[in-house]
Design a protein around this ligand. Structure first.
Ligand SMILES: [Zn+2]
Length: 558
């Protein structure tokens, strides 16, 4: 009984008291990162007003009280308590991601959360997160469920709530009046801090996402080029281009880019060209994948816009290229919607799969099948890997491929030693290298009249504890370089093409990003299109095999 009284379960709260208590909990616990960051930023100023310092948690409290007060007016009494419980549960998960991985739930992350499949979400489950959620989510939620609330008649409740709204708005106004210039200055220099505001950040991002994707009128599908043309290949000659879309591979961990461990032991003798200065379009799959296949440059990119216009695969198919997308990841993000595609099922009965995931070697089976039956003069096969997807890096490679030991065989990666974590990640890179070597081996076995080439490019990078950051998905402008600097490799069968070594070496040192992929792929596929921009085609500078054919009425393509 004493314990119950201590927990407040023997007394009855008014709705106003409940709102105040929950708001204090939100400010003190879930906004820990925001409050700590703000206070640190203020005390590091040369001079600061101590009242300004004190006003930060008070302002936040007033904002949270205002939010809950308004919600209590919108939602009827039977819904309000479940709504608070839901917000506590969601906020605790967002808070966990924030304090453990430094991940914030802005628009890009919300998009990623909505569009990733459940196996990915489940891969975060571990004892650590369960204990965390027990303390910060389950106990408070149970308390909310059990506590008695005295609901007054509707009219009186509105009056009570009105008082709380007036109180919080007055507090906000007084603080704004007293410290506006201070807030403006600190806010401008620390704009990233607002992304840690819980629940404001994830609620507004979710609203934006739902509004954009479910409530807005779909855009009219835009035809960028109604007649892209496949330039003629030599008689009896066929082309096959394999594009491997990597997952979460960062440039820094590739031996090709100067990494001290040999993470590329399988392809090192295969004469691949590594582009060491390549950057991604986004820091999450849901942005980078559609972006690299889109004609839209990064600055102008939006997924909605990209989805409502032709992409690289649409143009290739229209030009007569046989396009096939094979997916061992969470899907093609809408990119392969209008071309042949196959998603690998993680069937437990297969030696390479465990029911949730398959190792990337699984892609070799449908690839072999396709290569045995190349029907069109030109074929494009896109292999979408699961690559180095975290946090369960150890599930990306078979045990016998653990080249670097000890590795970290758990999902709460922050509890592994830095050494083990890096080893595990490096194993995923070496395994990707192994799969790439296998693919190249298959391409070298093709008949001589089939010209093959392979382009490997990652979707985004990964943080592995640098400056306390883990995983990926940070807002682009603020993301650490490890999340944006990605590997890109090119291999092609005809050694003559790489004969002009100095030219290629020169080329591979220049800076590129995902904006180059669309145009470079059109170039590799020999497709003439009004969407093609030679200045952005990485390979055009050194290729001697480009057929500079001019098609009537379409001068100057190449
Ligand atoms: Zn990704």
């Amino acid at each position: 009984m004493k314990a119950l009284a201590y927990l407040g379960l023997t007394r009855t709260f008014t709705v106003n008291q409940l709102i105040l208590l929950i708001s204090i909990y939100f400010v003190a616990v879930f906004n820990f990162t925001f409050v700590r960051g703000s206070l640190t930023a203020i005390v590091s100023l040369e001079t600061y007003n101590p009242f300004f310092l004190l006003s930060v948690p008070l302002l936040l409290l007033a904002l949270v009280v205002l939010l809950f007060s308004l919600l209590s007016l919108v939602f009827v009494k039977s819904v309000f308590k479940p709504l608070l419980i839901t917000l506590v549960l969601l906020s605790s998960m967002v808070f966990y991601a924030d304090v453990t991985y430094g991940v914030v739930f802005d628009y890009g992350m919300i998009q990623n959360a909505f569009e990733s499949h459940t196996a990915e979400a489940l891969s975060y489950l571990n004892i650590y997160i369960m204990l965390f959620l027990l303390v910060f989510a389950i106990f408070p939620a149970l308390w909310l469920l059990k506590v008695k609330v005295n609901h007054q008649p509707w009219g009186r409740e509105v009056g009570q709530r009105f008082k709380l709204v007036i109180l919080s708005v007055s507090a906000i106004a007084v603080i704004a009046y007293g410290f506006y210039p201070n807030y403006a200055a600190v806010g401008r220099n620390n704009s990233a801090l607002k992304k840690h505001l819980i629940p404001f950040q994830y609620l507004s991002s979710s609203y934006k996402y739902i509004n954009r994707n479910y409530l807005s009128e779909p855009l009219v599908f835009k035809i960028l080029d109604e007649s892209p043309q496949q330039l003629p290949v030599l008689p009896r000659e066929k082309n096959v281009t394999v594009m491997v879309v990597g997952e979460t591979a960062r440039a820094k961990s590739f031996a090709y880019n100067g990494y001290e461990k040999n993470t590329n032991p399988y392809t090192e003798k295969l004469q691949l060209l590594s582009f060491a200065n390549m950057h991604s379009c986004g820091t999450a799959t849901a942005v980078s994948v559609p972006c690299m296949f889109s004609a839209l440059p990064r600055e102008d990119f939006s997924k909605r816009k990209a989805q409502s216009q032709q992409n690289l695969l649409d143009l290739a198919r229209l030009a007569g290229v046989d396009v096939l997308w094979l997916d061992n990841n969470s899907g093609c993000q809408g990119v392969c919607k209008r071309v042949n595609n196959k998603r690998i099922k993680p069937d437990e009965s297969h030696a390479l799969c465990d029911g949730d995931y398959c190792f990337d070697e699984i892609l070799l089976e449908p690839l072999t099948e396709k290569l045995a039956r190349l029907e069109q003069p030109s074929t494009l096969i896109v292999l979408h890997m699961i690559g180095s997807h975290g946090p369960t890096y150890y599930r990306r490679y078979p045990k016998e491929h653990a080249l670097f030991l000890p590795d970290c065989r758990r999902s709460d990666i922050q509890n592994c030693s830095q050494q083990a974590l890096i080893n595990t990640y490096d194993n995923t890179i070496a395994y990707t290298d192994f799969v790439l070597a296998k693919i190249i081996k298959q391409l070298t076995l093709l008949p001589r009249d089939i010209k093959a080439n392979l382009l490997y490019v990652s979707d985004h990078g990964e943080s592995l504890g640098e400056k306390g950051s883990y995983l990926h998905g940070f807002p682009y402008a603020l993301a650490p370089k490890e999340q944006k600097h990605i590997p890109m490799l090119w291999w092609q069968a005809d050694k003559q093409v790489l004969a002009e070594k100095s030219c290629w070496q020169q080329l591979s040192k220049q800076a590129y990003d995902h904006d180059n992929i669309f145009h470079s792929m059109l170039g590799l596929l020999n497709i003439a299109s009004s969407t093609y921009n030679q200045a952005l085609d990485i390979f055009s500078g050194c290729r001697t095999d480009l057929r500079l054919t001019k098609i009537s009425g379409r001068d100057g393509w190449w």
